[in-house]
Design a binder for this molecule. Structure first.
Ligand code: GRF
Length: 218
C-alpha cells in the first residue's frame, strides 16, 4: 500500500478500528457515519481496555466486533502492545481512531500505524492538552472552547491538527451543558476529519497539514 508524505494511506476504503475506554459516544457516531455513506471506509473493530465500558455494549448493539486484549498492570499505557497489534492485524485493520482511549500508545503500535492513528481531544489544541480539558477551560474563564482531531504522535495531544470546531461559552453556562455541546461538536468533527484526512491527499508543510497541492517555493 502506498503511503504519502505524512504516512496516510493513499487508498480507500480503509478498514478502521476504534479504541475506546468509556462511554463510546464518538465510536457510535463514527459507526453511524460510516454506514451513512460518503465515509472513506468502515469501522471493523472496537478495542477496549475496560471490560465494563459502555462502548462494548454499543459495539454489541451495533454489530461491530469488539475485543479487550490484555493491558497488564500499568495504568496509563498498555504493558505489552503485541496482543493489541495481533488483534488489529487479524481483523485487517489499516488505521486507528482513538475515541476516549485513556492510555498512551507506544511501540510497536505507533510504528506499525505511523500517520494512520487519529485522536479526538475536547479542547482547541494547543490549549488545554491532557485531562479534564473542558472543566479547566471553563474554570479558566475561556469564552470559546471546542474540540480537535489530530494525528497521533509520541507527544500527547501534540500531533498535526486535522480539524477543529469551536463551541461558545454562554453566559450562565455550566460545565455539564458545555460538555454536552462539546460532545455534539465532536461527533460531527470526527466524521469530517476522517473524511478529510483519509479521503484527501494531505501533506505536511512544517507542522501544518495541507490538503491541497504542495506549495511551490522560489
Ligand atoms: C471525548 O470528550 C473525547 O474528546 C475524549 O474522551 C471523550 C470520549 O467520549 N478524548 P466518548 O467515550 O466518545 O463518549
Amino acid at each position: 500500500m502506498r503511503l504519502i508524505d505524512c504516512g496516510v494511506l493513499a487508498r480507500t476504503p480503509v478498514s478502521f478500528a476504534v479504541l475506546a475506554s468509556g462511554s463510546g459516544s464518538n465510536f457510535e457516531a463514527l459507526v453511524h457515519a460510516s454506514r451513512a455513506g460518503g465515509f472513506p471506509g468502515s469501522i471493523a473493530l472496537l478495542l477496549c481496555d475496560q471490560p465494563g465500558a459502555m462502548a462494548l455494549e454499543r459495539a454489541h448493539r451495533l454489530g461491530v466486533p469488539a475485543e479487550c486484549p490484555p493491558v497488564g498492570s500499568r495504568r496509563t499505557r498498555i504493558e505489552d502492545e503485541r496482543p493489541w497489534l495481533d488483534s488489529l492485524r487479524a481483523h485487517g485493520i489499516q488505521a486507528i481512531l482513538l475515541a476516549g482511549f485513556m492510555r498512551r500508545l507506544h511501540s510497536p503500535l505507533l510504528e506499525a500505524y505511523a500517520g494512520n492513528i487519529l485522536n479526538i481531544h475536547p479542547s482547541l489544541l494547543p490549549a488545554f492538552p491532557g485531562l479534564r480539558s473542558i472543566e479547566r477551560a471553563f474554570e479558566h474563564g475561556a469564552r470559546v472552547v471546542g474540540c480537535t482531531v489530530h494525528v497521533v504522535s509520541e507527544v500527547v495531544d501534540g500531533g498535526a491538527i486535522i480539524g477543529q470546531r469551536a463551541v461558545e461559552v454562554l453566559d450562565g453556562d455550566h460545565v455539564e451543558g458545555l460538555t454536552r455541546r462539546v460532545h455534539e461538536a465532536e461527533h460531527k468533527l470526527y466524521r469530517e476529519s476522517v473524511c478529510r484526512y483519509f479521503g484527501g491527499s494531505p501533506h505536511l508543510e512544517g507542522r501544518r497539514l495541507v490538503f491541497g497541492s504542495p506549495a511551490r517555493h522560489g
